[in-house]
Design a protein around this ligand. Structure first.
Ligand code: MN3
Length: 187
C-alpha cells in the first residue's frame, strides 16, 4: 500500500500538474470539477487530464475508505441503502466482488449513487476513468490494476479482494453517502 501510494498515486499527481502547467486557469479548478467538465478541457490535454486527474481522484477515494482491519459491516444510512437496493449486504458484496474480479484488465469497481433517483449502483470502469465524468459521486471503490496487488498477491486478484473487504471503513462510506444526498455540488 505504501509503494502504491508513494509511487503509483504520486505519478498521477505529478503528471496532472505537468499537463496543466500551460493552463493556469484550469490549474485553479478543483480536480473534481476538471473531471465533471472534461468536455471543456482543451483537446491537447484532455487525455492527460482524464488519466491523471482520474488517477488522483480514484486513489484519493480508495485511501479514504480504508481503515485498520476490523470485523465491520455497514450500518446507518449506507447499511439501509445497500439493503434497499441490493436486497442484503451479502448480495451487494457478492455482486461487487464479481464486478471487481471479472473486470478485464486495468480498472476500478465502484459503488456510486446514480441520479436522479439516488439509487446505489455498482459500475466498473477501465483505466483511470472517473465516475465523476458520468455525474455519479463515488461512495466506495476498489483498485483492480495489477499494481494494486501484484507485490503481495501476485496474480491472485480474488485473494486481494477478499483481504480488501476486511479494511473497508464503512463509517467513511456512510459519510460519503450522506454528502452525496445533499446535492450534485457535493463530492
Ligand atoms: Mn492504483
Amino acid at each position: 500500500m505504501e509503494f502504491h501510494h508513494d509511487k503509483h498515486h504520486a505519478a498521477y499527481v505529478d503528471n496532472l500538474n505537468k499537463a496543466l502547467e500551460p493552463y493556469p486557469q484550469l490549474a485553479e479548478l478543483a480536480v473534481e470539477d476538471l473531471l465533471r467538465r472534461l468536455d471543456q478541457v482543451p483537446d491537447a490535454i484532455r487525455t492527460a487530464v482524464r488519466n491523471n486527474a482520474g488517477g488522483h481522484v480514484n486513489h484519493q477515494l480508495f485511501w479514504d475508505i480504508l481503515g485498520p482491519p476490523a470485523d465491520r459491516s455497514p450500518k446507518g444510512a449506507i447499511g439501509d441503502a445497500l439493503k434497499r437496493d441490493f436486497g442484503s449486504f451479502e448480495h451487494f458484496q457478492a455482486l461487487f466482488t464479481d464486478a471487481a474480479t471479472t473486470h478485464f484488465g486495468a480498472g476500478w469497481a465502484f459503488l456510486v449513487m446514480s441520479a436522479p433517483r439516488q439509487r446505489l449502483k455498482i459500475v466498473s470502469l477501465p483505466n483511470q476513468d472517473s465516475v465523476l465524468e458520468h455525474g455519479t459521486p463515488g461512495l466506495l471503490c476498489c483498485d483492480v490494476w495489477e499494481h494494486a496487488y501484484y507485490l503481495k498477491y501476485r496474480n491472485r486478484r480474488a485473494d486481494y479482494l477478499n483481504a480488501w473487504w476486511k479494511v473497508v471503513a464503512w463509517d467513511v462510506v456512510d459519510e460519503r453517502l450522506r454528502d452525496a444526498m445533499v446535492g450534485p455540488s457535493a463530492r
